[in-house]
Design a protein around this ligand. Structure first.
Ligand code: ADP
Ligand code: MG
Length: 318
């Protein structure tokens, strides 16, 4: 006998809760009750993952659970906020208990490791889709915005770029995917600790979900500045560097699925990044600089190179 909607919620999504987390009442009423810390600002974001759009149909359920929350945590990271709580709206074609078990395992593994609590959601029948809304907390006026980059600031990225996009490309062409790249695609680790350390240090920040060029372009537009990106300085993982893959640079620049942070720092503050990088064990790489004007230009070994028009992933291309 198949479980009802309410059995599904009780069996897979309701858990005993820690007290003192700021969640006054979570799952089980018409709405959750939350109490932010005194004098804090809330940041709110939502992201949906649809089968065959955001993940291939055969993606393991544990990876879907992880990634659905990871992409939302990445937005919280980009604001420099501390993750607080989230809701899950689940559309399921059928009640598949093996799938639900693996999905909720992946979801709660990452929720626990980032200290963020599930407070509610909705469960409906339909094509497979996972929509998460997340709430974070940040000191008033301190949230990192896209709009603060200034002439002369250095442009940085965390971690390495292109791994997830390369994994997807290999999957789509039926090739073997190196384990490190597969895990970057399925189990991205959003940079919430880094985001919080960048408060008062970075002048702008965005998370890289659509490719570094497209996302950096959002910073340039919001800040009304231009930027140079040094393509010879882009950080690649050893696995991606060793891979013989046509169009690799395009994937690194515009492939998406990185969930790293791209941020700008005034030159006289960049020395502060070294200890942050060491403490977090997170590579931080200067990939270019901000200038006056508008637009983005690519450089290689210091010389401007003609680039294709910069576009990232777009759900509704012309
Ligand atoms: P309503 O009919 O008032 O929308 P539901 O019966 O849909 O309430 O939900 C009952 C409770 O279960 C609510 O607290 C809701 O937030 C929670 N809930 C529903 N689906 C999920 C889910 N997938 N994950 C976590 N909580 C859920
Ligand atoms: Mg409901």
């Amino acid at each position: 006998l198949s479980l009802s909607e309410f059995d599904v919620i009780a069996k897979y999504f309701s858990r005993a809760r820690a007290s003192g987390t700021g969640v006054v009442f979570g799952i089980g009423d018409d709405a959750a009750i939350i109490r932010p810390r005194n004098g804090i600002e809330l940041v709110v974001s939502a992201d949906v993952l649809n089968e065959n759009v955001h993940f291939p149909a055969n993606t393991p359920a544990r990876a879907i659970g992880h990634k659905a929350l990871a992409v939302n945590l990445s937005d919280i990271a980009a604001m420099g906020a501390e993750p607080f709580c989230f809701t899950v709206t689940l559309s399921l074609p059928t009640i598949d208990e093996a799938w639900l078990g693996d999905f909720s395992t992946g979801l709660f593994e990452i929720a626990d490791s980032y200290g963020v609590e599930l407070i509610g959601g909705d469960t409906v029948r339909g094509p497979l889709s996972v929509a998460i809304q997340i709430i974070g907390q940040v000191a008033p006026g301190m949230a990192l915005r896209r709009s603060g980059a200034r002439n002369g600031d250095k442009i940085y990225v965390s971690g390495t770029l292109g791994d997830g996009a390369a994994a997807l490309e290999l999957l789509n062409t039926g090739s073997t995917v190196p384990v490190g790249l597969q895990s970057k695609l399925d189990f991205p680790q959003p940079r919430t600790e880094l985001g919080r350390q960048l408060l008062g240090l970075a002048t702008s920040c965005i998370d890289i979900s659509d490719g570094v060029l497209a996302d950096l372009n959002h910073i340039l537009a919001a800040s009304e500045v231009s930027g140079f990106v040094d393509v010879d300085k882009l950080p690649l993982s050893d696995e991606l560097a060793q891979l013989d893959l046509p169009g690799k640079q395009g994937l690194v620049l515009a492939g998406g699925d990185d969930y790293e942070l791209c941020f700008t720092v005034p030159e006289d503050r960049v020395h502060q990044l070294e200890s942050i990088s060491r403490e977090l064990g997170c590579r931080l790489t200067c990939i270019g600089e901000i200038a006056v004007g508008s637009g983005l230009q690519l450089r290689q070994f210091g010389k401007i190179i003609a680039g294709k028009p910069v576009t990232g992933f777009d759900h509704f291309p012309d």
